[in-house]
Design a protein around this ligand. Structure first.
Ligand SMILES: Nc1ncnc2c1ncn2[C@@H]1O[C@H](COP(=O)(O)OP(=O)(O)OP(=O)(O)O)[C@@H](O)[C@H]1O
Ligand SMILES: [Mg+2]
Length: 279
C-alpha cells in the first residue's frame, strides 16, 4: 500500500533562493501529519509541489504512488491554499457548487449541505463570501477542500484566522476525517493545536527537516517533580525511574503527596530544533 503522500529528496530553487534542500517525508494512509517551521522555511513550497502547483528542482513527490501533479494524484487530494481568496460575490453554497464543477464531483446539494454542516456554516450557506468573516471564509475553504471526498487533504494553515471555538470545530473535524481513514498534511504555526491533533510532526527550517516524530516523542520528559512533606522537589530522572525514586523517598521516611513527570511542550521542542539549526 503506497503512502498517501511521499516526498523524497525534494529540492526547490527559486532563482538564488533555496526553498527546499532535500526534504523527505511521508504521510501514511489515515495519518495526520503536521508540518511546522518558521516563516520562509519551505512549508508552502512543499505542499504546492504535492499538489502539482510548483515543479520541484530535484527529488520526487508522489500521492498514493502517482507522480504529484498527475491527473490521478490531483484527483485523490483536496487542497486549501494559505492565502486563498474566493470571489466575493458568490454565496457560500454557490462557491461550493463552482468547486464541485471544477473537481468533477457529482455530490450535488446533499454534498454541499453536508460540508457546510461539517464546518459549522449550515446557517450561512446563502451569505456572500465578502459578507463573511475571515474565519467563516477559512471554514468555507476547508469545506471546499473536502469536495469529492479526497483521500488526502492538504491544508496550508487552515486555522490561522479561527477563534478558539472555530479551531475546536476544525480539530474535531480532522479527528473525524482520520476516523474515516482520510490522510491529512497540515501546515500550521499553532503548536498547541498540532500537538493535540497530529499523529506525527515534521519540523523544517531553511528547506531541511530538523526534527520529526510523534508529539510525545518530541516532547520528552524533562525530570520529575515530587510533592513531599518537605515541599516540592525536582529530580532529573526519566519516567522509568519514578517507581524506584518513590520507593527510595518512602524508605527515607518521606510522605508523598504527588508525583508529576514534567514534559517539555512542543513549543520548547520546536524552538530547540529550529534555533539549534540556525546557530
Ligand atoms: N514564487 C516564488 N518565487 C520566489 N521565491 C519564492 C516563491 N515562493 C516562495 N519563495 C521563497 O521560498 C522560501 C520558502 O517559502 P514558503 O512560502 O515555502 O515558506 P513557508 O514555510 O510556507 O513560510 P510561511 O510560514 O511564512 O508561510 C522563502 O524564502 C520564499 O521567499
Ligand atoms: Mg506558507
Amino acid at each position: 500500500m503506497p503512502d498517501a503522500f511521499a516526498a523524497s529528496g525534494l529540492e526547490k530553487r527559486y532563482g538564488r533562493v533555496e526553498a527546499l534542500a532535500g526534504v523527505s517525508l511521508q504521510v501514511g494512509e489515515g495519518e495526520l501529519v503536521g508540518l511546522l517551521g518558521p516563516n520562509g522555511a519551505g512549508k508552502s513550497t512543499l505542499v504546492k509541489i504535492g499538489c502539482g502547483l510548483v515543479r520541484p528542482s530535484g527529488g520526487r513527490a508522489e500521492v498514493f504512488g502517482r507522480p504529484a501533479g498527475s491527473r490521478e494524484a490531483r484527483r485523490a487530494l483536496g487542497y486549501l491554499a494559505e492565502l486563498f481568496r474566493f470571489p466575493g460575490w458568490l454565496r457560500a453554497d454557490e462557491l461550493l457548487r463552482l468547486h464541485q464543477g471544477l473537481a468533477g464531483s457529482t455530490g450535488g446539494a446533499a454534498e454541499r449541505d453536508e460540508l457546510l454542516e461539517l464546518v459549522g456554516l449550515a446557517d450561512v450557506g446563502r451569505r456572500k463570501v465578502d459578507q463573511m468573516s475571515k474565519g467563516m471564509q477559512q471554514r468555507l475553504g476547508i469545506a471546499q477542500a473536502m469536495i469529492g471526498t479526497p483521500r488526502l487533504l492538504v491544508l496550508d494553515e487552515p486555522t490561522s484566522a479561527l477563534d478558539p471555538a472555530g479551531r475546536r470545530t476544525v480539530r474535531t473535524l480532522l479527528e473525524e476525517l482520520r476516523g474515516r481513514g482520510i490522510s491529512v498534511l497540515l501546515n500550521s504555526h499553532l503548536l498547541s493545536e498540532v500537538e493535540l491533533v497530529c499523529d506525527r510532526v515534521v519540523i523544517i527550517t531553511r528547506g531541511r527537516v530538523v526534527a520529526h516524530g510523534r508529539p510525545d516523542e518530541l516532547t520528552q520528559a524533562r525530570g520529575v517533580s515530587v510533592e513531599t512533606d518537605e515541599g516540592e522537589r525536582r529530580f532529573d530522572l526519566g519516567r522509568d525511574e519514578v517507581p524506584e525514586l518513590v520507593a527510595r523517598l518512602v524508605a527515607e521516611g518521606r510522605r508523598i503527596y504527588g508525583v508529576q513527570v514534567i514534559r517539555s511542550t512542543l513549543e520548547e521542542a520546536y524552538l530547540e530544533a529550529v534555533e539549534g539549526e540556525s546557530r
